[in-house]
Design a protein around this ligand. Structure first.
Ligand code: IMP
Ligand code: MG
Length: 190
């Protein structure tokens, strides 16, 4: 797995330190909402590692409502349009405060789609948190209250992020070698 990684972009210690800070930022904003109010909405599968670490930095009474979305089926490295496969949220969002969690903000379509689906159900508030945001206009212009790191426009894997569903278990975030993407695309085409 390691040999497919060109270089480590953000190592696990740096990720851990930033998540502690993010936790504090979120608690400053949401720590005083009334009991039972907060629902974390992690977008699966990419945010699986991030949400596990982040939630343990949030000493707030909360529930979790999973949403499954995919926009990069198989070996694609550009968004193919958002497919929402399930939203496990309570019937009524009356009086609920929603915090959507995703791994990375790229075209912005995933967060926008999930946010508008939830907005239509009138929760008390709705905010978003991503670990990574690409320094491109589509990502920078998407409303998002909490951002871990702004990164260059490269395809990254690890810490939950995948290529063709692999590499999610890498503890650091790394840039995948070009040849890996190219050979997977060539296999697909043949
Ligand atoms: P968006 O809808 O284009 O903002 O993309 C968000 C989703 O695309 C994320 O939840 C990831 O699953 C996936 N994605 C975007 N960029 C990358 C990347 O560099 N590596 C791995 N997955 C990515
Ligand atoms: Mg994802």
């Amino acid at each position: 797995m390691r040999q497919d990684i060109e270089r480590i972009l953000i190592d696990r210690e740096t990720i851990a330190r930033r998540i502690t800070e993010l936790g504090r930022e979120i608690v400053d904003q949401l720590g005083t909402i009334e009991d039972d109010g907060l629902i974390l909405v992690p977008i699966m599968t990419g945010s699986i590692t991030f949400v596990a670490d982040l939630m343990r930095e949030l000493p707030i009474r909360m529930r979790i409502g999973l949403v499954t979305a995919s926009s990069y089926p198989g070996t694609s490295t550009t968004s193919q349009g958002v497919d929402l496969q399930g939203m496990h949220l309570p019937e009524s969002l009356d009086g609920r405060h929603i915090l959507i969690i995703d791994d990375i903000l790229d075209s912005g379509r995933t967060i926008q789609r999930v946010r508008s689906e939830i907005e239509a159900r009138s929760p008390s508030s709705i905010q978003s948190c991503v670990l990574l945001r690409k320094k491109i206009p589509s990502a920078m212009e998407t409303p998002c209250e909490y951002v871990g790191f702004d990164i260059d426009n490269e395809f990254v894997v690890g810490y939950g992020l995948d290529f063709d569903d692999y590499y999610r278990n890498l503890p650091d975030i790394g840039v995948l070698r070009e040849e890996i993407i190219r050979s997977a695309l060539a296999d697909d085409a043949s």
